[in-house]
Ligand binder design. Structure first.
Ligand SMILES: Cc1cc2nc3c(=O)[nH]c(=O)nc-3n(C[C@H](O)[C@H](O)[C@H](O)COP(=O)(O)O)c2cc1C
Length: 135
C-alpha cells in the first residue's frame, strides 16, 4: 500500500501531528507545497481551522492532486471547532475524492488557550490513529 502525508500549518501545531503520523507510517511529512508525484492509496492530510475555514493552500492542493489520491484521511488541530472534517468533506466531494470517515483531531494551542497542545499524549494518539486507520 502506498501512503503519503501532507499538511499545512501556520504555527506548527498541525506540523507536530503530521510528523507523528508520518513517523508511524514510515514516510516523510511534507507540506502541501509538495504535490504528490504518484498516485497513493492513502493520503493523510493535515489542516487547521482559521476563521472557521481551512487555508486556501489545502483547497488548491486537493484540486491539483485529486487524480493521485486513493482515499483521503483527515487530521487537524483547532482551538475551538471539533475538527476540519466538515470543511474537508466538502472539498473532497467537490473534487470527487473518497474521504475516510476515520479522522484524528486534537486541540491546538492558540493565544492563551490549550497551551502545550498537541502534547506528547496527543502525538501518541495521532500515531495510533494512523496505524489503525490502515488496518
Ligand atoms: C488567524 C487564526 C484564526 C483562527 N481561527 C480559529 C477558529 O475560527 N476556530 C478555531 O477553533 N480555532 C481557530 N484558530 C486556532 C487554530 O485553529 C489552532 O491554533 C491550530 O492548532 C493552528 O494550527 P497550526 O499551528 O498548525 O497553524 C485560529 C488561529 C489563527 C492563527
Amino acid at each position: 500500500m502506498t501512503v503519503a502525508v501532507r499538511y499545512f500549518s501556520r504555527s506548527g501545531n498541525t506540523k507536530k501531528l503530521a510528523e507523528a503520523i508520518a513517523a508511524a507510517l514510515g514516510v516523510p511529512a511534507e507540506t502541501v507545497d509538495y504535490p504528490l508525484t504518484e498516485r497513493v492509496d492513502a493520503l493523510f492530510l493535515g489542516s487547521a481551522v482559521y476563521a472557521a475555514g481551512v487555508d486556501e493552500s489545502i483547497k488548491t492542493f486537493l484540486r491539483e492532486n485529486r487524480e493521485r489520491i486513493g482515499t483521503l484521511y483527515n487530521f487537524s488541530t483547532a482551538a475551538l471547532l471539533p475538527s476540519t472534517y466538515k470543511q474537508v468533506a466538502k472539498l473532497a466531494a467537490e473534487n470527487g475524492i473518497t474521504l475516510s470517515d476515520r479522522e484524528f483531531h486534537c486541540r491546538g494551542a492558540f493565544a492563551m488557550l490549550h497551551r502545550g497542545h498537541p502534547d506528547a499524549q496527543d502525538l501518541e494518539a495521532a500515531a495510533a490513529y494512523a496505524r489503525s486507520a490502515l488496518r
